[in-house]
Design a protein around this ligand. Sequence first.
Ligand code: ASP
Length: 449
Amino acid sequence: MKVCKFGGTSLASAEQIKKVCEIVTSDSDRQLVVVSAPGKRSKDDIKVTDLLISCAEKYIKTGAAVDEMKAVVARFDDIARELGLDGTITEVIAADIKSRLSGPVTHEGKLMDSLKAAGEDNSAKLFAAYLKSKGFEAQYINPKDAGLFLSDEFGNARVLSESFENLKSLNDIPGIKIFPGFFGYSKHGDVVTFPRGGSDITGSIIAAAIGAEVYENFTDVDSVFAANPNIVPGAKAIKEFSYREMRELSYAGFSVLHEETLEPVYRKGIPVCIKNTNNPKARGTMIVKERTSDNGIIAGIAGDIGFSILYISKYMMNREVGFGRKVLQILEEQGLSYEHVPSGIDNMSVVLRSKELSDEKEKNVINRIRQELVVDDIEIVPNLALVMVVGEGMRHTVGLSARATNALSKEKVNIEMINQGSSEVSMMFGVRASDCETAIKALYKEFFS
Ligand code: ASP
């Protein structure tokens, strides 16, 4: 069996949904379909998930969100009409959204997640109704009934391991099963969502649980490119990545797959195929355990902004037992997770996601480290970008960091930090956010031109 997941642009309109129907029903192995909420129909359009977020915000603030709710229902209704469905499905969707917005708000995170999940949930119901109207055996699956349980971290959930065992029973349901992406249920019965873009994660969990032959992830590009084509026009299309390459590239900004997607399929060795709903004949990009095709030394270059760096220096830091642990413990006590910790003999830097750092947390971290660890210098510098050069071939090649730093210096990009992890599948450069695109272009030119 194949698990296929369709992203927001694939479900944005009736025209797109017809293409999805054609893709699903043209291959009898495509029996498990994971759907996103309807996305943008054009560049300036608004995703249904964003409409739902506005709806929840308004309700939390004022206790009502009539116009916002109408806008969401209208999006679904337009699609349903154009698909030739009768009004029943719109009534079901309108009633569902209304029921999520009733009563007093007892917990803002719960209400927000319940609304966010309505996009995928109703998209799945709508698509199942369409398949049935065309005479196919299809049914909507509710994640709670299927046993998809998540941690109760609202907006940032992780899968609980028992879900894999529960979801195996999907194999016993006949016909095409339409599963909404992006959310599951906590053990307390609340709807909880993955981080934004998380329908990719749902598809991967299901593929791993049922032992799929392949996880097909349908989006709106023919393949994955070696660099973001909006930054490097004409960037090379890549036919095959290893899981490790793709994991590092999506961490550092490749938006084609959510960065948490690969773990479940990686553990089971299930290949992933990125395909285009608008051009399903194109072979797409495969993500596999061991690549057979040769990507050259470097498979891709990615970059992302939104990081901050905490610099700490103290003379003779290297002789102080437990220094690093104490720094990390202070971060932990402030609820901060860290990304990287490059260090020297008398200094230590910690890279963090800027969105996690409030002014108050920043002040607390600086004060506590200063007082408790008596450091010589400490500061937090925002606006850092991480740029990664990724490729399995790096391990066996001498002189790559020299080439990379040279390419960056030619473009006058100042390197704030270098980190070559022990995996040797990537090299990471911290640069000013304003230099991010220049750095990506310079590295692409060096390794691909
Ligand atoms: N609809 C959700 C979002 O816009 C999840 C997804 O599309 O994967 O983030």
